[in-house]
Design a binder for this molecule. Structure first.
Ligand SMILES: O=C(O)C(=O)C[C@@H](O)[C@H](O)[C@H](O)COP(=O)(O)O
Ligand SMILES: [Zn+2]
Length: 362
């Protein structure tokens, strides 16, 4: 099992990656001096696959467990879904030392984390991510949030988990499209910080599609290490953490403008292509780098262009980007494979030209 430590003072925690990582639940109660009631939050799909196993493990560890099962999908990342969970937590007398355990993908983790951060001003939070996207990205770093009708992740907090338990075997049940969505964030980590990871992803795609466990243990822990390094330097995203937003400025606009017809990773893939075009057009990277970005996204069956919205709609959502300060968007742009810069001085014409290239006619 690989351990990745996230050093954040008294909010430090360890990410465990490998088969058998869930067995660490056994030590949870004693190692963290928790109360004996635990709330497990999962969705219908993941709950049916792994819910019973995780409940049993928590019970063996000495917890009385209740489960809240949500409907899978982005719509569940809402204030009303959070309110239902608060109601359940109050009814079951969850106290300030009772853990909330998230078992699922990014939606479950973000919603459960948001509730953990706010219920009684914060209760212990454990992440058991089951999708590749959650394993390589969203379960690490403490961003928790729900959506607002006017924008994604608009209401949230930075709230670190106490522990992240990742078993790559859980990817066996993951559909191909979901695997690709997680690969988009892995590719992002290669593009922003690690040209070797990028090269490995370029080479090993056959083993990736076969869900090779040893390869995934390596890729996931490498990805968590990259994210942990960035988050350790800038937990609250005032500076270097912005680079994790590569592809997300356009990506979030694509998700909203198409009413989530594209998965998060698909939207981020389109956003990374758009950002690569902007990077080239302002002279930060070469055409060859743009082609490498296109090449890897296509290899992993990720889209480069969006259908189902207009350039005007995309531009309107871009202006609501929550990384914009005084109306200026902070663009994360490529200077080559493995390195990025943040720029807020990109001419509108260059942005509009990139948008025109990523829109497909209906
Ligand atoms: O952890 C971060 O920081 C990220 O930006 C990672 C992103 O991949 C992730 O999608 C995150 O939830 C986006 O956050 P947001 O602040 O852009 O809503
Ligand atoms: Zn993301």
């Amino acid at each position: 099992m690989v351990q990745v430590k996230v050093e954040l003072g008294c909010d430090s925690y360890t990410i465990y990656v490998g088969s058998g990582s869930l067995l660490l639940l056994n030590e949870l109660k004693t190692s963290m001096r928790l109360s004996s009631t635990a709330l497990l939050i999962t969705d219908e799909t993941v709950g049916a696959l792994y819910g019973e196993q995780v409940v049993q493990m928590l019970e063996q560890a000495g917890f009385q467990v209740q489960i809240k099962t949500i409907v899978p999908g982005e719509e569940s990342k809402s204030l009303s879904a959070a309110e239902e969970i608060y109601t359940k937590a109050i009814a079951m007398r969850l106290d300030r030392l009772s853990p909330i355990v998230a078992l699922g993908g990014g939606v479950v983790g973000d919603l459960a984390g948001f509730v953990a951060a706010t219920y009684m001003r914060g209760v212990p939070f454990i992440q058991i991510p089951t999708s590749l996207l959650a394993q390589v990205d969203s379960s690490v770093g403490g961003k928790v949030a729900v959506n607002h009708p006017l924008g994604k992740n608009m209401i949230g907090a930075f709230y670190q988990p106490k522990m992240v338990l990742i078993d790559p075997a859980m990817l066996d049940s993951l559909p191909e499209r979901e695997l690709a969505t997680g690969l988009a964030e892995l590719i992002k980590h290669g593009l922003i910080r690690d040209s070797r990871l990028f090269a490995e992803l370029e080479q090993d795609y056959a083993a990736v599609w076969q869900k090779d466990k040893a390869l995934f243990t390596r890729l996931i822990s490498r990805s968590c290490r990259i994210k942990a390094d960035v988050v350790q330097q800038d937990e609250k995203e005032t500076d270097v953490r912005m680079i994790l937003n590569f592809g997300h400025t356009i990506g979030h606009a694509v998700e909203k403008a198409t009413n989530f017809a594209y998965s998060h990773g698909e939207a981020v893939a389109i956003g990374m292509y758009g950002a690569a075009l902007i990077s080239r057009d302002v002279g930060l990277c070469s055409q060859q780098t743009v082609e490498q970005v296109c090449g890897i996204l296509q290899k992993y069956r990720l889209p480069l262009q969006v259908r189902g919205c207009t350039a005007g709609q995309l531009a309107a959502y871009l202006l609501r980007d929550k990384k914009a300060i005084n109306g200026k968007i902070n663009w994360v742009l490529l200077t080559g494979i493995g390195s990025v810069v943040v720029r807020n001085d990109i001419p509108e014409q260059i942005v509009l030209s990139a948008i025109a290239q990523i829109i497909l006619e209906p």
